[in-house]
Design a protein around this ligand. Structure first.
Ligand SMILES: [Zn+2]
Length: 543
């Protein structure tokens, strides 16, 4: 799953505050040592992919290619057909951008010429993703509240503002009455929409209560290379658009001379109330030092041909991402970001599902497509490329079922199937769940942007109904606390590795059985899935 700087969830933040100092999560540990063949294979696949030898599987790295070789050997051993461009591979061309935070600089300049330094790499971080950053920016700033452009919902932070030549400053969160998925979608489109209105940059601020990854760890992650697709028409941000984020502890500096304080605005945002919008009297002046170079990294695609000649030309996609964060800044002496849960576990689950489907008594009527993507951590790039340039005919993918760190940390009793309120896949998932004595729960973090932070969103953008799956949990439960604790301590850090305790391996493959049964149901149905009439994803969201 991708980082997010502008997450917002009242429950989440309450748990974050309450959760400080938890040494141990209060859910029982230790799955049995004797594993079923499926669970043993699932763990063996994770063990291979999250081994130090794979060096954290950074997009474009040799470690990623070694992991790709492993996945291909497993797909081949399951008897699945290659469905890429070259065998199982679909090459994807990227540009990599490394921002030298220490060599970059910024200052806030008042009307009277006084300047306040904003130390890049310490107080503020320049983003390396989305597009090429400009070498230089010198622009007035305007605070545009949450920066959400939702005219159809009667809410528009862009209304009546002149954004031309300005850097927009936004705060995390959004009005409570608008659904999480709608807000998430508006955040996704924000930079592009701002650029279309002439803005030259975006500075994202986060209220201290809504911080997901602490600033000290964000600083460590800022040395990571950013990437975007080599094809400029597939980038979601315009080249030359400035993107930065500021330490919540330093964000007050931006509001000097406005009559507003950051603290006051945070209180409003934490209460999900409407935010004021106003010009900031200081300019931002910044110099960005960055190196860029081309690189290539493949998606991996295999198929199980459907049994019915007519329907076999349609595909149910099952996806997960193979890439992770590679080798980075050390934490507790460990530099390898193994990504055992994120997302070696999802890839292992796709392999497990592939094994189940190809071993089924009857092959599915439609074909099944197994799509293992690259570039997820860099902005859902491999899946975006795949959804726009599928290796099967355009329009033939009827659904995508995605697995991105489902977090099997307790016995499987319920499932969160994100997107279940958007398409007919929701009813299918509910039926399959109840057959198995499982319940489908609502998204426990509706304001956490998760729907746009995992790869199924790339398919959704191209009109394909999709779901993404997690072990279910409700707010304010021990399971919820366990997830929060894991995100705070292991997510996107070197300790998401093979030594972490508390993985419920047998329950993980139970989730795979559920997804396999759902895939089979969708593949065998007479009609293909469709968006619900009420879904905002029914239409093309990218324009
Ligand atoms: Zn991730």
């Amino acid at each position: 799953m991708r980082n997010s700087n502008n997450a917002a969830a009242t429950l989440w933040l309450a748990m974050l505050v309450a959760g400080r100092g938890w040494a141990q999560a209060p859910v029982k540990q230790a799955p049995p040592e004797q594993l079923s063949p499926a669970a043993a294979q699932w763990w063996a696949d994770i063990s291979a992919l999250a081994d130090d030898r794979m060096e954290g599987r950074l997009t474009g790295s040799s470690g990623y290619l070694r992991a790709a070789d492993y996945v291909i050997s497993r797909l081949r051993s399951e008897g699945l057909h290659p469905a890429g461009v070259y065998g199982y591979l679909q090459p994807v061309a990227f540009e990599q951008q490394v921002v030298d935070q220490a060599a970059s600089s910024a200052e806030l300049v008042s009307m009277d010429g006084t300047s306040t330094p904003l130390h890049i790499g310490e107080d503020a971080l320049i983003g390396a993703t989305g597009a090429a950053r400009p070498p230089y920016v010198n622009a007035p700033m305007v605070f545009i509240g949450y920066g959400l452009h939702l005219p159809q919902q009667g809410y528009d932070d862009f209304a009546d503002l002149d954004l031309k030549g300005k850097v927009a400053v936004v705060l995390s969160g959004g009005p409570a009455e608008i659904s999480g998925s709608i807000k998430a979608n508006a955040r996704f489109a924000r930079s592009r929409l701002l650029a279309e209105r002439g803005a030259v940059g975006l500075i994202s601020l986060t209220t201290p209560h809504q911080v997901e990854i602490p600033w000290t760890r964000l600083k460590l992650l800022s040395s990571q290379p950013g990437m975007y697709l080599a094809d400029p028409t597939l980038r979601d941000v315009k080249d030359g658009f400035f993107v930065a984020t500021v330490d919540p502890e330093k964000s007050e500096l931006l509001f000097k001379g406005t009559g507003h304080t950051f603290a006051e605005l945070c209180a409003v945002a934490d209460a999900s109330k409407p935010l004021a919008r106003f010009e900031l009297p200081q300019h931002i002046r910044a110099i960005v030092v960055a190196q860029r170079e081309p690189l290539s990294s493949p998606n991996i695609v295999a198929k199980l041909p459907g049994r019915e000649p007519k329907l076999a030309a349609q595909y149910v996609a099952i996806s997960a991402h193979l890439d992770h964060l590679g080798i980075g800044e050390p934490i507790n002496g460990d530099r390898i970001y193994n990504g055992a849960m994120d997302d070696a576990s999802g890839v292992a689950s796709v392999l497990d599902i592939a094994h189940q489907l190809r071993s089924a008594a009857n092959r599915p009527r439609r074909s099944i497509l197994f799509v293992i993507v690259t570039g997820e951590e860099k902005g859902l790039l491999g899946s975006h490329y795949y959804a726009v340039h599928p290796t099967v005919p355009q329009g033939s993918i009827v659904a995508d079922l995605n697995l991105d760190m489902p977090l099997p940390f307790w016995p499987l009793k319920s499932i969160v199937a994100l997107g279940d309120g958007e398409s007919t896949l929701g009813a299918d998932a509910r039926a399959i769940a109840s057959d198995r004595g499982l319940t489908l729960l609502a998204d426990p973090l509706p304001d956490h942007n998760i729907f746009i932070r995992t790869d199924q969103f790339s398919f959704v953008r191209e009109g394909v109904p999709a779901l993404a799956f997690w072990f279910g949990y409700a707010p304010n439960t021990p399971e919820f606390q366990l997830v929060v604790h894991w995100l705070n301590t292991r997510y996107h850090s070197p300790s998401d590795d093979l030594l972490q305790p508390g993985i419920f391996k047998e329950d993980a493959v139970k989730l795979d059985e559920f997804v396999a049964a759902l895939a089979l149901q969708v593949a065998d149905a007479d009609i293909r899935p469709d968006w619900l009439p009420t879904s905002i994803f029914r239409r093309d969201l990218t324009h």
